[in-house]
Design a protein. Structure first.
Length: 439
């Protein structure tokens, strides 16, 4: 009985499972059909909305195309109107257009001149508004043109005057004070304080300032200021440029100071070499004078000169020519140190001077690179000290070496001449001794 029951259950279970699977598949199929129908409905609805949006976009495009066509037509009409108006303006203005360009150019040039001119340093205004004229976009009226003409006349008149003015002057402490000065045309301003000094117009400060160094012509200012008649005075025709160049140009002492310690050493070497060379030249002149006196009196050999001492060494037995020659060579050799003394030192100093200049160049460049490392290469003034030392020491080395070499050559040539005279006289004495022995 149990076996039969088991068989019945085994037969019924697959049927139940199959029915369950069939029912599940049918439910999934119905779900998919419903989902597809919903998607299809949504797609049909979205397609309708897209068609409506497309239709609206086409309508807007057509409207914008019509508007663009109207704008192009309007632009063409405006171009034609502008061309007609421009031609009409050209015909109406005629030569006034060229005059307008000239007025603007003259106003701009005059504005540049008057902005940096010392004729305006005392606050004198210009009759014309040069800024407005130079940047004007419309034709100027007759009043503005007359004002421009009056400004030109005023500048010409001020440029021809020598008058006293009261203008702001930068003081030593950096402050500005009103002082009496004398303006010489549009070229130079002379301050009446401190016996007279040249002043330069500083456009940035809007005041006068003395240059960093007064030129040599400043010595004439006191006489000129105190003169009631005609007196000489130096002016700067470049309106301050030459005074700035003169002030920026270092003097000889400042150049030497730029060389630093090495520069002073080079100068000291040059002075020592020069003194030695002069001493040797003076000594050689004395030796040469004594030898000339001895040559003029060959009968009496004196020991106060080199030639006389050589001749004294030849006195005695002259029968042995070789012995006489040896005595004369010995005498000449004794005179050589006195004649050639100091030449090697002069030559040594002439060789050391350019080497010291090269050393100064190297140290100056090291200082320059240190300044670049610390502050960058944006400001050239920070590197000026090292570059100045590098260049000045080189110049000083060459300036010292060249004269020392010339002096050494001169001293050596004088020494060779004296040694040649001694050798010549020694050879003559030997020749006379040999002729006497043969007789």
């Amino acid at each position: 009985m149990r076996f039969i029951t088991t068989l019945i259950l085994a037969w019924i279970a697959p049927l139940v499972i199959a029915d369950t699977l069939i029912e599940s598949a049918q439910q999934f199929t119905r779900y998919e059909q419903n989902f597809d129908q919903a998607r299809l409905a949504a797609f049909k609805q979205d397609l309708a909305s897209q068609e409506r949006a497309l239709q609206q976009a086409r309508s807007l495009l057509a409207a914008e195309e019509n508007r663009a066509e109207e704008l192009r037509s309007q632009f063409s009409r405006n171009e034609e109107i502008l061309t007609e108006k421009t031609e009409a303006l050209r015909l109406r203005t005629g030569s006034l257009g060229e005059m307008f360009g000239v007025v603007r150019q003259v106003a701009g040039d005059l504005r540049t001149i008057t902005s940096s001119s010392i004729t305006r340093i005392d606050g004198t205004d210009t009759p014309a508004d040069l800024d407005a004229l130079a940047e004007s976009k419309a034709l100027p009226d007759l009043g503005r043109i007359k004002a421009l003409w009056q400004t030109l006349r005023q500048e010409a008149s001020l440029s021809s005057e020598v008058v006293q003015i009261t203008a702001p002057v930068v003081q030593a402490d950096g402050s500005t004070a009103e002082e009496q000065s004398v303006r010489i045309g549009a070229f130079t301003v002379v301050g009446t304080s401190n016996g007279g000094q040249y002043l330069i117009a500083d456009e940035q400060l809007g005041a006068l300032r003395p240059p960093y160094r007064q030129p040599g012509e400043a010595s004439m200012l006191s006489d000129w200021l105190g003169s009631n008649g005609v007196a000489l005075v130096g002016i700067d025709p470049s309106r301050g440029a030459l005074l700035n160049i003169e002030a920026a140009t270092p003097s000889i002492v400042e150049r030497i100071q730029q060389g630093g310690t090495i520069g002073y050493i080079i100068i000291a070497l040059g002075v020592i070499g020069l003194l030695i060379a002069l001493w040797r030249l003076f000594a050689l002149l004395q030796i040469s004078a004594g030898m000339r006196r001895q040559l003029s009196d060959k009968l009496a050999a004196k020991d106060d000169n080199a030639l006389g001492r050589v001749m004294i060494a030849s006195l005695g037995d002259r029968t042995d020519a070789e012995l006489l020659e040896a005595r004369l060579d010995e005498a000449v050799l004794r005179e050589l140190p006195a004649i050639e003394r100091g030449q090697s030192i002069i030559k040594l100093l002439a060789g050391i001077a350019p080497l010291m200049g090269l050393l100064g160049t190297v140290t100056g460049m090291i200082a320059t690179f240190q300044a670049i490392t610390a502050f960058g290469s944006g400001d050239a003034k920070l590197m000026a000290a090292g570059i100045s030392q590098a260049l000045i020491t080189t110049v000083l080395g060459l300036v010292v070496a060249v004269p020392l070499l010339l002096l050494h050559s001169w001293v050596a040539s004088r020494s060779r001449e004296l040694v040649h005279i001694l050798d010549e006289q020694s050879a003559g004495i030997i020749a006379e001794a040999q002729e006497s022995s043969r007789k």
